[in-house]
Design a protein around this ligand. Structure first.
Ligand code: ATP
Length: 233
């Protein structure tokens, strides 16, 4: 996919205010607040168990915080269905693909559910698979693909959906350096076209390619590299 094929995106701001997430006695996020604008590319970093996935899931409506609120524009994000309707796309850690469907089928499902014309959906998915270097793998079952190829299918599925917000949980963790750069370029292109992109990562080189870096440590946040527009604390 080339930059001029990337569609312009929404104009709303994603906000989290005082978000707390706990799993029973385990507190995964403590009082997390952030505001992210269209076109921003944000990295979320921190050690294993720091709360990165929990933050992405809360922002994407996939879990409900015990306290605080997530809003996208004027809309409160309360569940995954509403978030999906609002254009929030999740690339989950471990890719979330159905192993007994093909790569093409996995990426087609969300488009067809959203009512995209089947021919257009097919073209979009083929373009996205080509963009991640898997133009010949559309008819392969997910279980026939390597871990890195599966991860690229998950990225292609998100690209084909053309969401306003892409929440990508360690989207480059299984990739070699060539494919990591390919995926990072695609995510940067999405952000340059106005998508709001938030990526959890353990990879400092990937994090360095974003506009800002939010660090989590035992659920508490700090800005390792502040957002360009953000006033100092
Ligand atoms: N479903 C769950 N049930 C219980 N505890 C959970 C659950 N999901 C996450 N946790 C706990 O919440 C904390 C934060 O987990 P989370 O997956 O958000 O961290 P992470 O930074 O994404 O970790 P990693 O880098 O290993 O993916 C951890 O202590 C984890 O064990």
């Amino acid at each position: 996919m080339t930059v001029d094929q990337v569609q312009p995106r929404g104009t709303s701001t994603l906000c989290a205010e005082g978000v707390r997430v706990a799993y029973g006695p385990v507190v995964a996020l403590r009082d997390v607040s952030l505001t992210v604008h269209p076109g921003e590319f944000l990295a979320v970093t921190g050690p294993s168990g720091a709360g990165k996935s929990s933050l992405l899931w809360a922002l994407g409506g996939a879990l409900r915080p015990q306290a605080g609120v997530v809003t996208y524009g004027d809309e409160a994000i309360g569940d995954r269905e509403g978030a999906s309707r609002a254009g929030i796309v999740l690339v989950p850690q471990g890719n979330g693909l159905a192993t007994t469907l093909t790569a093409m089928e996995n990426a087609l499902v969300p488009l067809l559910v959203a009512g995209v014309d089947p021919n257009e959906a097919h073209d979009r998915v083929q373009a996205a698979l080509t963009a991640v270097g898997l133009e010949d793998s559309g008819n392969h079952l997910i279980e026939e693909l390597s871990g890195g190829q599966q991860q690229r299918v998950a990225v292609a599925r998100a690209l084909a959906t053309r969401g306003d917000i892409i929440l990508a949980d360690e989207p480059t963790s299984d990739l070699d350096s060539v494919n990591r750069e390919r995926v990072m370029t695609l995510l940067r292109e999405e952000s340059a076209a106005g998508a709001l992109v938030i990526m959890a990562t353990h990879d400092p080189e990937a994090a360095a390619q974003t506009d800002a870096e939010l660090a989590l440590d035992e659920g508490a946040m700090s800005w390792k590299r502040p957002q360009p527009h953000r006033s100092p604390d």
